[in-house]
Design a protein. Structure first.
Lengths: 223, 223
Protein backbone atom coordinates (compact mmCIF):
# COMPACT_ATOMS: atom_id res chain seq x y z
CA UNK A 1 0.00 0.00 0.00
CA UNK A 2 2.49 2.57 -1.16
CA UNK A 3 0.09 5.48 -0.75
CA UNK A 4 -0.58 4.77 2.91
CA UNK A 5 2.00 7.49 3.41
CA UNK A 6 1.12 10.60 1.41
CA UNK A 7 3.77 12.38 -0.63
CA UNK A 8 4.12 16.15 -0.24
CA UNK A 9 2.04 16.39 -3.44
CA UNK A 10 -0.87 14.24 -2.25
CA UNK A 11 -0.96 15.27 1.40
CA UNK A 12 -4.29 16.90 2.27
CA UNK A 13 -3.25 20.23 3.76
CA UNK A 14 -6.64 21.89 3.89
CA UNK A 15 -8.97 20.21 6.42
CA UNK A 16 -6.56 17.29 6.93
CA UNK A 17 -9.15 15.31 8.91
CA UNK A 18 -10.96 14.81 5.59
CA UNK A 19 -7.89 13.14 4.08
CA UNK A 20 -7.46 9.40 3.77
CA UNK A 21 -4.54 7.52 2.23
CA UNK A 22 -5.63 3.93 2.81
CA UNK A 23 -5.76 1.57 -0.14
CA UNK A 24 -9.17 0.35 1.00
CA UNK A 25 -10.70 3.82 0.91
CA UNK A 26 -9.06 4.80 -2.36
CA UNK A 27 -9.96 1.57 -4.18
CA UNK A 28 -13.47 1.70 -2.71
CA UNK A 29 -14.10 5.14 -4.21
CA UNK A 30 -12.50 4.19 -7.54
CA UNK A 31 -14.65 1.05 -7.72
CA UNK A 32 -17.87 2.93 -6.95
CA UNK A 33 -17.48 5.19 -10.00
CA UNK A 34 -16.55 4.89 -13.66
CA UNK A 35 -16.07 8.49 -14.79
CA UNK A 36 -12.96 10.48 -13.98
CA UNK A 37 -11.63 13.91 -14.88
CA UNK A 38 -8.15 13.80 -16.39
CA UNK A 39 -5.91 16.84 -16.09
CA UNK A 40 -2.92 17.38 -18.37
CA UNK A 41 -0.90 20.30 -19.64
CA UNK A 42 -0.36 21.40 -23.25
CA UNK A 43 1.93 24.40 -23.77
CA UNK A 44 1.41 25.53 -20.19
CA UNK A 45 -2.38 25.37 -20.40
CA UNK A 46 -4.11 22.80 -18.17
CA UNK A 47 -7.01 20.84 -19.68
CA UNK A 48 -9.54 18.80 -17.72
CA UNK A 49 -11.48 16.21 -19.71
CA UNK A 50 -14.12 13.74 -18.45
CA UNK A 51 -13.63 10.13 -19.51
CA UNK A 52 -14.38 6.60 -18.39
CA UNK A 53 -11.84 4.34 -16.70
CA UNK A 54 -11.36 0.91 -15.23
CA UNK A 55 -9.29 -0.32 -12.28
CA UNK A 56 -7.51 -3.66 -12.11
CA UNK A 57 -5.31 -4.13 -9.04
CA UNK A 58 -3.01 -1.15 -8.70
CA UNK A 59 -3.52 0.00 -12.28
CA UNK A 60 -6.00 2.47 -13.71
CA UNK A 61 -6.79 2.12 -17.42
CA UNK A 62 -7.90 4.94 -19.68
CA UNK A 63 -8.77 4.67 -23.33
CA UNK A 64 -9.90 6.72 -26.26
CA UNK A 65 -9.46 7.33 -29.91
CA UNK A 66 -5.88 6.94 -31.08
CA UNK A 67 -6.52 10.25 -32.90
CA UNK A 68 -7.48 12.24 -29.78
CA UNK A 69 -5.24 14.99 -28.50
CA UNK A 70 -5.67 13.84 -24.94
CA UNK A 71 -4.62 10.27 -25.63
CA UNK A 72 -1.67 11.32 -27.78
CA UNK A 73 -0.54 13.80 -25.12
CA UNK A 74 -0.89 11.35 -22.24
CA UNK A 75 0.82 8.54 -24.13
CA UNK A 76 3.91 10.75 -24.18
CA UNK A 77 4.36 10.12 -20.46
CA UNK A 78 3.55 13.64 -19.28
CA UNK A 79 2.52 14.43 -15.72
CA UNK A 80 -1.19 13.95 -15.30
CA UNK A 81 -3.85 14.01 -12.60
CA UNK A 82 -6.88 11.75 -12.51
CA UNK A 83 -9.67 12.82 -10.17
CA UNK A 84 -12.76 10.77 -9.35
CA UNK A 85 -15.60 12.47 -7.47
CA UNK A 86 -18.78 11.03 -6.03
CA UNK A 87 -21.23 13.68 -4.84
CA UNK A 88 -23.20 12.36 -1.86
CA UNK A 89 -25.23 15.34 -0.76
CA UNK A 90 -25.73 19.03 -0.19
CA UNK A 91 -24.94 20.16 3.36
CA UNK A 92 -27.39 22.87 4.34
CA UNK A 93 -26.04 24.84 7.27
CA UNK A 94 -27.59 27.67 9.26
CA UNK A 95 -24.92 30.06 7.98
CA UNK A 96 -24.06 30.64 4.31
CA UNK A 97 -20.41 30.16 5.23
CA UNK A 98 -20.79 26.60 6.49
CA UNK A 99 -22.68 25.25 3.49
CA UNK A 100 -20.79 22.34 2.05
CA UNK A 101 -21.03 19.08 0.12
CA UNK A 102 -20.81 15.52 1.27
CA UNK A 103 -18.54 13.75 -1.20
CA UNK A 104 -15.88 11.15 -1.76
CA UNK A 105 -13.01 11.98 -4.09
CA UNK A 106 -9.70 10.47 -5.14
CA UNK A 107 -6.77 12.26 -6.75
CA UNK A 108 -4.10 10.20 -8.51
CA UNK A 109 -0.89 11.79 -9.77
CA UNK A 110 1.50 10.11 -12.16
CA UNK A 111 2.43 9.40 -15.72
CA UNK A 112 0.56 7.03 -18.01
CA UNK A 113 2.14 4.53 -20.37
CA UNK A 114 0.65 3.12 -23.57
CA UNK A 115 -0.69 -0.42 -23.32
CA UNK A 116 0.81 -2.24 -26.31
CA UNK A 117 -0.20 -5.46 -28.04
CA UNK A 118 -3.67 -6.65 -28.98
CA UNK A 119 -4.07 -9.03 -26.05
CA UNK A 120 -3.10 -6.47 -23.43
CA UNK A 121 -5.22 -3.76 -25.08
CA UNK A 122 -8.22 -6.09 -25.27
CA UNK A 123 -7.84 -6.98 -21.60
CA UNK A 124 -7.68 -3.30 -20.60
CA UNK A 125 -10.78 -2.57 -22.67
CA UNK A 126 -12.50 -5.46 -20.89
CA UNK A 127 -11.57 -3.91 -17.54
CA UNK A 128 -13.07 -0.56 -18.58
CA UNK A 129 -16.32 -2.06 -19.93
CA UNK A 130 -16.69 -4.24 -16.83
CA UNK A 131 -16.08 -1.22 -14.54
CA UNK A 132 -19.10 0.46 -16.13
CA UNK A 133 -21.43 -2.55 -16.50
CA UNK A 134 -20.19 -5.79 -14.90
CA UNK A 135 -21.08 -8.75 -17.11
CA UNK A 136 -21.33 -6.67 -20.26
CA UNK A 137 -18.08 -7.81 -21.88
CA UNK A 138 -19.14 -11.44 -22.32
CA UNK A 139 -22.41 -10.31 -23.87
CA UNK A 140 -21.11 -8.14 -26.69
CA UNK A 141 -18.98 -8.38 -29.82
CA UNK A 142 -15.30 -8.09 -28.90
CA UNK A 143 -13.00 -5.51 -30.56
CA UNK A 144 -11.78 -6.29 -34.07
CA UNK A 145 -8.17 -5.81 -35.14
CA UNK A 146 -9.21 -2.56 -36.80
CA UNK A 147 -10.99 -1.33 -33.66
CA UNK A 148 -7.98 -2.18 -31.52
CA UNK A 149 -5.80 -0.17 -33.88
CA UNK A 150 -8.16 2.80 -33.64
CA UNK A 151 -8.10 2.69 -29.82
CA UNK A 152 -5.34 4.03 -27.63
CA UNK A 153 -5.16 2.45 -24.18
CA UNK A 154 -3.13 3.85 -21.30
CA UNK A 155 -2.18 2.45 -17.93
CA UNK A 156 -1.57 4.60 -14.86
CA UNK A 157 -0.06 3.12 -11.70
CA UNK A 158 -2.13 3.98 -8.62
CA UNK A 159 0.85 4.68 -6.41
CA UNK A 160 0.61 8.40 -5.61
CA UNK A 161 -2.96 8.96 -4.55
CA UNK A 162 -5.16 10.40 -1.85
CA UNK A 163 -8.82 10.41 -0.95
CA UNK A 164 -10.83 13.20 0.56
CA UNK A 165 -14.26 12.70 2.09
CA UNK A 166 -16.93 14.61 3.93
CA UNK A 167 -19.91 12.95 5.59
CA UNK A 168 -22.50 13.90 8.15
CA UNK A 169 -24.55 16.93 9.17
CA UNK A 170 -23.60 20.59 8.90
CA UNK A 171 -21.10 21.95 11.39
CA UNK A 172 -22.34 25.38 12.36
CA UNK A 173 -20.91 27.98 14.70
CA UNK A 174 -22.03 27.13 18.21
CA UNK A 175 -24.17 30.28 18.61
CA UNK A 176 -25.96 29.57 15.30
CA UNK A 177 -27.59 26.42 16.67
CA UNK A 178 -29.93 28.79 18.53
CA UNK A 179 -31.31 30.03 15.19
CA UNK A 180 -34.67 28.58 14.15
CA UNK A 181 -33.45 27.85 10.60
CA UNK A 182 -33.87 24.54 8.81
CA UNK A 183 -30.55 22.73 8.46
CA UNK A 184 -29.59 19.26 7.38
CA UNK A 185 -28.43 17.22 4.41
CA UNK A 186 -30.07 16.58 1.06
CA UNK A 187 -28.54 13.24 -0.01
CA UNK A 188 -27.72 12.97 -3.71
CA UNK A 189 -26.77 9.95 -5.77
CA UNK A 190 -26.56 8.86 -9.39
CA UNK A 191 -29.75 6.99 -10.17
CA UNK A 192 -31.06 5.16 -13.22
CA UNK A 193 -34.17 6.05 -15.18
CA UNK A 194 -36.17 3.69 -17.37
CA UNK A 195 -34.12 1.66 -19.83
CA UNK A 196 -34.40 2.91 -23.43
CA UNK A 197 -34.10 -0.06 -25.81
CA UNK A 198 -32.35 0.69 -29.09
CA UNK A 199 -34.92 1.55 -31.79
CA UNK A 200 -33.18 -0.99 -34.03
CA UNK A 201 -33.14 -3.77 -31.41
CA UNK A 202 -33.13 -7.23 -32.99
CA UNK A 203 -36.48 -9.03 -32.64
CA UNK A 204 -34.74 -11.83 -30.72
CA UNK A 205 -33.03 -9.43 -28.29
CA UNK A 206 -36.08 -7.99 -26.55
CA UNK A 207 -35.39 -9.87 -23.30
CA UNK A 208 -33.39 -7.70 -20.91
CA UNK A 209 -30.24 -9.63 -19.93
CA UNK A 210 -29.37 -10.29 -16.31
CA UNK A 211 -26.32 -8.00 -16.29
CA UNK A 212 -28.55 -5.12 -17.38
CA UNK A 213 -31.00 -5.89 -14.58
CA UNK A 214 -28.08 -5.86 -12.16
CA UNK A 215 -26.80 -2.44 -13.27
CA UNK A 216 -30.33 -1.05 -13.04
CA UNK A 217 -30.52 -2.29 -9.48
CA UNK A 218 -27.10 -0.83 -8.65
CA UNK A 219 -28.42 2.57 -9.73
CA UNK A 220 -31.83 1.80 -8.33
CA UNK A 221 -34.10 3.53 -5.85
CA UNK A 222 -32.90 6.70 -4.18
CA UNK A 223 -31.41 6.41 -0.69
CA UNK B 1 -21.29 35.67 -27.52
CA UNK B 2 -17.52 35.62 -27.80
CA UNK B 3 -17.26 31.85 -27.72
CA UNK B 4 -19.59 31.32 -30.66
CA UNK B 5 -16.34 31.02 -32.56
CA UNK B 6 -14.03 28.53 -30.92
CA UNK B 7 -10.38 29.36 -30.39
CA UNK B 8 -7.77 26.81 -31.48
CA UNK B 9 -7.66 25.76 -27.81
CA UNK B 10 -11.40 25.17 -27.40
CA UNK B 11 -12.21 23.79 -30.86
CA UNK B 12 -13.55 20.20 -30.60
CA UNK B 13 -11.23 18.24 -32.87
CA UNK B 14 -12.30 14.74 -31.93
CA UNK B 15 -15.90 13.98 -33.01
CA UNK B 16 -16.53 17.64 -33.97
CA UNK B 17 -20.25 17.00 -34.43
CA UNK B 18 -20.46 16.71 -30.64
CA UNK B 19 -19.06 20.22 -30.22
CA UNK B 20 -21.18 23.27 -29.51
CA UNK B 21 -20.00 26.82 -28.95
CA UNK B 22 -23.33 28.59 -28.47
CA UNK B 23 -23.83 30.68 -25.37
CA UNK B 24 -27.25 29.10 -24.85
CA UNK B 25 -25.84 25.57 -24.74
CA UNK B 26 -22.87 26.50 -22.57
CA UNK B 27 -24.89 28.52 -20.05
CA UNK B 28 -27.59 25.84 -20.03
CA UNK B 29 -25.09 23.18 -18.98
CA UNK B 30 -23.42 25.47 -16.43
CA UNK B 31 -26.82 26.33 -14.91
CA UNK B 32 -27.87 22.68 -14.66
CA UNK B 33 -24.91 21.80 -12.41
CA UNK B 34 -23.09 23.24 -9.41
CA UNK B 35 -19.93 21.13 -9.16
CA UNK B 36 -16.95 21.66 -11.45
CA UNK B 37 -13.47 20.22 -11.69
CA UNK B 38 -10.76 22.89 -11.68
CA UNK B 39 -7.42 22.14 -13.32
CA UNK B 40 -4.28 24.12 -12.52
CA UNK B 41 -0.54 23.57 -12.61
CA UNK B 42 1.94 23.71 -9.74
CA UNK B 43 5.59 23.16 -10.64
CA UNK B 44 4.63 21.42 -13.86
CA UNK B 45 2.21 19.03 -12.17
CA UNK B 46 -1.47 19.38 -13.08
CA UNK B 47 -4.01 19.08 -10.27
CA UNK B 48 -7.76 18.55 -10.71
CA UNK B 49 -9.95 19.45 -7.75
CA UNK B 50 -13.75 19.25 -7.45
CA UNK B 51 -15.45 22.35 -6.11
CA UNK B 52 -18.74 24.22 -6.27
CA UNK B 53 -19.30 27.28 -8.42
CA UNK B 54 -21.89 29.86 -9.39
CA UNK B 55 -22.56 31.65 -12.67
CA UNK B 56 -23.76 35.23 -12.97
CA UNK B 57 -23.88 36.53 -16.55
CA UNK B 58 -20.57 35.88 -18.25
CA UNK B 59 -18.71 35.29 -14.98
CA UNK B 60 -18.07 32.08 -13.11
CA UNK B 61 -17.36 32.40 -9.38
CA UNK B 62 -15.27 29.99 -7.35
CA UNK B 63 -14.54 30.19 -3.66
CA UNK B 64 -12.74 28.42 -0.89
CA UNK B 65 -10.63 28.86 2.14
CA UNK B 66 -8.17 31.73 1.86
CA UNK B 67 -5.65 29.20 3.19
CA UNK B 68 -6.14 26.61 0.45
CA UNK B 69 -3.37 25.93 -2.04
CA UNK B 70 -5.82 25.89 -4.91
CA UNK B 71 -7.29 29.28 -4.12
CA UNK B 72 -3.88 30.85 -3.49
CA UNK B 73 -2.55 29.39 -6.75
CA UNK B 74 -5.53 30.46 -8.84
CA UNK B 75 -5.60 33.95 -7.33
CA UNK B 76 -2.16 34.44 -8.84
CA UNK B 77 -3.72 34.61 -12.29
CA UNK B 78 -2.36 31.32 -13.60
CA UNK B 79 -3.87 29.48 -16.56
CA UNK B 80 -6.70 27.27 -15.42
CA UNK B 81 -9.38 25.02 -16.83
CA UNK B 82 -12.86 24.60 -15.36
CA UNK B 83 -14.81 21.56 -16.54
CA UNK B 84 -18.45 20.84 -15.76
CA UNK B 85 -19.83 17.40 -16.61
CA UNK B 86 -23.36 16.06 -16.45
CA UNK B 87 -23.59 12.32 -16.99
CA UNK B 88 -26.88 11.47 -18.70
CA UNK B 89 -26.59 7.76 -19.40
CA UNK B 90 -24.65 4.66 -20.31
CA UNK B 91 -24.78 3.82 -24.02
CA UNK B 92 -24.88 0.03 -24.37
CA UNK B 93 -23.87 -0.95 -27.88
CA UNK B 94 -23.71 -4.37 -29.53
CA UNK B 95 -19.93 -4.10 -29.79
CA UNK B 96 -17.56 -3.34 -26.92
CA UNK B 97 -15.94 -0.69 -29.11
CA UNK B 98 -19.09 1.42 -29.51
CA UNK B 99 -20.00 1.62 -25.84
CA UNK B 100 -20.20 5.24 -24.81
CA UNK B 101 -21.77 7.74 -22.43
CA UNK B 102 -24.48 10.28 -22.98
CA UNK B 103 -23.28 13.47 -21.36
CA UNK B 104 -23.12 17.25 -21.46
CA UNK B 105 -19.86 18.95 -20.61
CA UNK B 106 -18.37 22.43 -20.72
CA UNK B 107 -14.70 23.35 -20.70
CA UNK B 108 -13.71 26.93 -19.81
CA UNK B 109 -10.13 28.13 -20.18
CA UNK B 110 -8.82 31.35 -18.70
CA UNK B 111 -7.33 33.07 -15.71
CA UNK B 112 -9.19 33.88 -12.52
CA UNK B 113 -8.95 37.12 -10.61
CA UNK B 114 -9.59 37.68 -6.91
CA UNK B 115 -12.90 39.30 -6.02
CA UNK B 116 -12.01 42.10 -3.62
CA UNK B 117 -14.13 44.01 -1.13
CA UNK B 118 -16.74 42.71 1.28
CA UNK B 119 -19.74 43.70 -0.84
CA UNK B 120 -18.42 42.05 -4.01
CA UNK B 121 -17.31 38.94 -2.12
CA UNK B 122 -20.69 38.65 -0.39
CA UNK B 123 -22.49 38.96 -3.72
CA UNK B 124 -20.30 36.24 -5.28
CA UNK B 125 -20.95 33.96 -2.32
CA UNK B 126 -24.66 34.61 -2.78
CA UNK B 127 -24.36 33.57 -6.44
CA UNK B 128 -22.64 30.31 -5.44
CA UNK B 129 -25.16 29.42 -2.70
CA UNK B 130 -28.07 30.25 -5.02
CA UNK B 131 -26.56 28.11 -7.80
CA UNK B 132 -26.71 25.12 -5.48
CA UNK B 133 -30.05 25.79 -3.73
CA UNK B 134 -32.07 28.70 -5.13
CA UNK B 135 -33.76 30.60 -2.31
CA UNK B 136 -31.27 29.45 0.31
CA UNK B 137 -29.36 32.71 0.67
CA UNK B 138 -32.30 34.68 2.07
CA UNK B 139 -32.98 31.92 4.59
CA UNK B 140 -29.59 31.70 6.28
CA UNK B 141 -27.21 33.80 8.31
CA UNK B 142 -25.05 35.95 6.01
CA UNK B 143 -21.24 35.88 6.21
CA UNK B 144 -19.62 37.82 9.02
CA UNK B 145 -16.60 40.07 8.49
CA UNK B 146 -14.42 37.29 9.88
CA UNK B 147 -15.94 34.70 7.54
CA UNK B 148 -15.47 36.99 4.55
CA UNK B 149 -11.82 37.39 5.50
CA UNK B 150 -11.39 33.61 5.71
CA UNK B 151 -12.93 33.12 2.27
CA UNK B 152 -11.15 33.65 -1.02
CA UNK B 153 -13.45 34.35 -3.96
CA UNK B 154 -12.35 34.24 -7.58
CA UNK B 155 -14.01 35.34 -10.79
CA UNK B 156 -13.40 33.71 -14.15
CA UNK B 157 -14.68 35.27 -17.37
CA UNK B 158 -16.61 32.75 -19.49
CA UNK B 159 -15.15 33.88 -22.79
CA UNK B 160 -13.09 30.92 -24.02
CA UNK B 161 -15.38 27.95 -23.67
CA UNK B 162 -16.86 24.98 -25.48
CA UNK B 163 -19.50 22.39 -24.85
CA UNK B 164 -19.49 18.76 -25.88
CA UNK B 165 -22.59 16.58 -25.85
CA UNK B 166 -23.71 13.11 -26.76
CA UNK B 167 -27.34 12.04 -26.84
CA UNK B 168 -29.33 9.19 -28.31
CA UNK B 169 -28.97 5.47 -28.91
CA UNK B 170 -25.80 3.51 -29.61
CA UNK B 171 -24.30 3.80 -33.07
CA UNK B 172 -23.17 0.33 -34.02
CA UNK B 173 -21.43 -0.98 -37.12
CA UNK B 174 -24.10 -1.68 -39.73
CA UNK B 175 -23.50 -5.44 -39.75
CA UNK B 176 -23.79 -5.60 -35.95
CA UNK B 177 -27.48 -4.66 -36.05
CA UNK B 178 -28.08 -8.22 -37.20
CA UNK B 179 -26.79 -9.50 -33.82
CA UNK B 180 -29.48 -10.54 -31.33
CA UNK B 181 -27.81 -8.63 -28.47
CA UNK B 182 -29.59 -6.25 -26.13
CA UNK B 183 -28.60 -2.64 -26.85
CA UNK B 184 -29.89 0.70 -25.69
CA UNK B 185 -29.36 3.42 -23.13
CA UNK B 186 -29.52 3.32 -19.33
CA UNK B 187 -30.38 6.93 -18.42
CA UNK B 188 -28.59 8.28 -15.35
CA UNK B 189 -29.20 11.43 -13.37
CA UNK B 190 -28.39 12.95 -10.00
CA UNK B 191 -31.35 12.29 -7.73
CA UNK B 192 -32.20 13.22 -4.15
CA UNK B 193 -32.80 10.80 -1.33
CA UNK B 194 -34.79 11.52 1.83
CA UNK B 195 -33.88 14.77 3.59
CA UNK B 196 -31.82 14.27 6.75
CA UNK B 197 -32.70 17.01 9.26
CA UNK B 198 -29.81 18.16 11.42
CA UNK B 199 -29.79 16.26 14.73
CA UNK B 200 -29.54 19.63 16.49
CA UNK B 201 -32.39 21.24 14.56
CA UNK B 202 -34.09 24.01 16.54
CA UNK B 203 -37.54 23.02 17.83
CA UNK B 204 -39.08 25.90 15.87
CA UNK B 205 -37.34 24.92 12.60
CA UNK B 206 -38.97 21.55 11.98
CA UNK B 207 -41.08 22.84 9.08
CA UNK B 208 -39.29 22.22 5.77
CA UNK B 209 -39.00 25.57 3.96
CA UNK B 210 -40.32 26.04 0.45
CA UNK B 211 -36.85 26.42 -1.12
CA UNK B 212 -35.90 23.01 0.27
CA UNK B 213 -39.06 21.46 -1.18
CA UNK B 214 -38.14 23.02 -4.55
CA UNK B 215 -34.61 21.60 -4.58
CA UNK B 216 -36.00 18.17 -3.62
CA UNK B 217 -38.34 18.36 -6.60
CA UNK B 218 -35.52 19.47 -8.92
CA UNK B 219 -33.63 16.30 -7.96
CA UNK B 220 -36.85 14.34 -7.76
CA UNK B 221 -38.05 11.17 -9.42
CA UNK B 222 -35.77 9.46 -11.93
CA UNK B 223 -36.40 10.15 -15.64
Amino acid sequence: MPFDAPTPRTRINRLPKRGDYSQETIYGILDAAFICHVGFVVEGQPYVIPTSYGRAGDTLYLHGSAASRMLRTLAGGVDLCVTVTLLDGIVLARSAFHHSMNYRSVVILGKAAPVEGDAAKTEAMRVIVEQIVPGRWEHVRKPSAQELKATAVLSLPIDEASAKLRTGPPLDEEEDYALALWAGVLPLATRAGELIPDPRLHANAAQIPEHIERIRKRFGSAA
